[in-house]
Design a protein around this ligand. Structure first.
Ligand code: SF4
Ligand code: SF4
Length: 289
């Protein structure tokens, strides 16, 4: 099974459009949406959730009132003001607790335990194009890198069970912890860039991170006609960096129309769909020939 992760320097560059098109064209892929801060691949692919699992990404302190002697030591050390007291009864405000565990460490009578806290969900969906796994953090929750790793683990297991040839990952944007988790273990990374100064800078940063993992690096330039001059610069930079330049997607209003209809763009026949079909052909060759 080959693992291909699609990433971008920032959100909104068309990463999910590319993943949705590849999922529709591949036919034998399992997809994973690792953009857990803003997952939307399940919307584009019309996923129907068939199973979900709670994701525990952090801990919360709990005071056992039967053991607590009201010494106040825990409230004195909590830097997050998460321990409430009326002078006699001590309790933890779960919304303020950061799960650092210091209170449990200092409690002289062992009245505080650390419990797992649900931070999100992992969903498995059936789509017309195959199985999709995606994660979603609950509002205010952090540590999305850990959720990305768990989404990938589930997706890998399903891909193996189904005998899928490809695990297609919609990675997180940027170069932070979630994108590092998206890239780990991937055979190849495809960067979706736009012709802009910021995208050029982002491309080089993302390339450095991806190279660290030893993944093969592909580049696709989206909305290429917005600036032909910058498009040439991005292409030259990608080639200088040893990335494989796979092609360009023109600006096409059909992309938004397809998204509104919740269809992958390759379900229609506009210029972006044609470009994506060609790019998919090159991806297949690069991965399996
Ligand atoms: S440190 Fe332990 S015993 Fe003291 S107030 Fe906190 S929970 Fe109660
Ligand atoms: S775990 Fe940390 S943040 Fe939570 S109540 Fe204890 S000391 Fe405060």
């Amino acid at each position: 099974m080959t693992e291909l992760v699609v990433i971008s320097g920032k959100g909104g560059t068309g990463k999910t459009t590319v993943v949705g098109a590849f999922a529709a064209l591949a036919r034998d892929a399992v997809a994973a949406d690792c953009d857990v801060d803003a997952p939307n691949l399940h919307l584009l692919l019309r996923g129907e959730v068939v199973e979900r699992f709670p994701y525990h990404g952090s801990e919360v302190a709990r005071i056992d009132p039967g053991k607590c002697t009201s010494c106040g030591a825990c409230a004195r050390v909590c830097r997050f003001d998460a321990i409430r007291s009326d002078g006699e009864v001590y309790s933890v405000d779960p919304l303020s607790c950061e799960g650092c565990g210091v209170c449990a460490y200092v409690c002289p009578v062992g009245a505080i335990s650390m419990e797992e806290r649900q931070s999100g969900w992992i969903y498995i969906s059936r789509t017309p194009y195959g199985t999709l796994v995606h994660g979603e953090l609950l509002p205010g929750e952090e540590n999305s890198g850990k959720l990305v790793s768990q989404v990938k683990m589930r997706a890998r297991g399903i891909a193996r069970e189904e005998g899928a040839r490809l695990l297609l990952i919609d990675g997180s944007p940027g170069i932070g912890c979630p994108v590092i988790a998206s890239l780990s273990g991937a055979h190849a990374a495809l960067v979706v860039a736009e012709p802009s100064r910021a995208a050029l800078h982002d491309l080089l940063r993302v390339a450095r991170v991806a190279r660290h993992f030893g993944s093969r690096l592909f580049v696709v330039l989206n909305k290429v006609d917005l600036s032909p001059r910058l498009a040439r610069e991005v292409r030259a930079a990608a080639e200088r960096e040893g990335m494989v330049y796979l092609g360009e997607i023109p600006y096409d209003e059909g992309v938004t129309a397809a998204q509104l209809r919740r269809r992958p763009v390759v379900a229609s026949d506009g210029p972006a769909a044609t470009a994506l079909r060609e790019i998919w052909g090159k991806v297949r060759k690069a991965l399996w020939n």
